[in-house]
Write a protein that binds this ligand. Structure first.
Ligand SMILES: [Zn+2]
Ligand SMILES: [Zn+2]
Length: 278
């Protein structure tokens, strides 16, 4: 029984993680309050049901690929050679959050170069085009990859545990943080607070507008979490900051009406619910 659970766990964990982390923002931004968040919307284009179905079905395929990679790591002699540790006292407790941060930095570097490679004309149509079918991405697009790209994406876990000591809990946190930032990049809505623009974080971190521009223009802005590689390699979209400022300006100059819309939309949902049960 324990063995069966051990085999099922990676599949269940990946599927559940995907549906919760992508599903909640989808319910809030696309189903419940699209009018209230209309000023946050990055592209005017509206994603259709067929887009959601395509994104979800490819993401399901990716979760299976990710789970198979986890199973291979956990059940093969490879495990012996990794730097994984199970006793939490082996390193300082601070290493848990720090290792997650280091893992994200390694992932960003790996992703940037892997992403540049799959944009090569010889590989783009065969591998990466599936992800780019979402010209206006939704949270469901976060794992929408060709099986080969999903395999390349999933390999990062193997790379990380060979490079740095990771506790299984840190690995779970890394997976959650990675998907949350990924979903933010594909949200289709900018939600960064106003103050963020004036901090140093804006200079190094990605945003939803940032990755959305990659989907809209098909190239430039290849980074996953940070702007660093794009700035170093001069692949950042030159209009990025202008586009970011444009949407934030629209959002924060109409904040009062937004609050009103929110209440109205909530009332609409209650009325519908009331009519259904009365
Ligand atoms: Zn791309
Ligand atoms: Zn994307």
């Amino acid at each position: 029984m324990k063995e069966i659970i051990q085999y099922i766990f990676p599949f269940a964990e990946n599927i559940l993680k995907y549906f919760i982390i992508s599903g909640l923002p989808f319910i809030i931004f696309y189903l419940l309050f699209p009018k209230s968040f209309s000023n946050n919307k990055i592209q005017k284009r509206i994603a259709k049901s067929k887009d959601f179905i395509r994104e979800i079905s490819h993401s399901m395929q990716s979760t299976i690929v990710f789970a198979i990679i986890s199973l291979i790591i956990l059940n093969s002699p490879l495990k012996e050679y990794t730097k994984m540790y199970t006793s939490i006292n082996e390193f300082s407790i601070w290493w848990i959050p720090l290792s997650v941060l280091v893992a994200l930095i390694i992932h960003d570097t790996y992703f940037y170069w892997m992403h540049r490679i799959v944009h090569h004309p010889k590989l783009y149509k065969k591998i990466h085009l599936i992800h780019h079918k979402s010209i206006n991405p939704t949270p469901w697009a976060s794992y929408s990859f060709h099986a080969i790209e999903a395999f390349l994406e999933g390999l990062i876990v193997l790379i990380i545990i060979f490079l740095i000591p990771m506790h299984p809990i840190a690995l779970i946190f890394f997976g959650i943080a990675a998907l949350m930032i990924n979903v933010y990049g594909h949200l289709g809505y900018e939600i960064a607070p106003k103050w963020y623009r004036k901090t140093w974080l804006f200079e190094i971190m990605n945003s939803s507008v940032y990755h959305n521009l990659h989907h809209k223009k098909f190239n430039g802005n290849y980074g996953l979490y940070f702007r660093i590689w794009d700035r170093l390699m001069k692949t950042e979209n030159p209009d990025y900051v202008k586009e970011y400022d444009k949407i934030q300006e629209k959002r924060f100059s109409k904040s009062n009406s937004k609050q009103k819309n929110f209440i109205l939309e909530l009332k609409e949902h209650f009325n519908k619910l009331f009519l259904r049960f009365s």
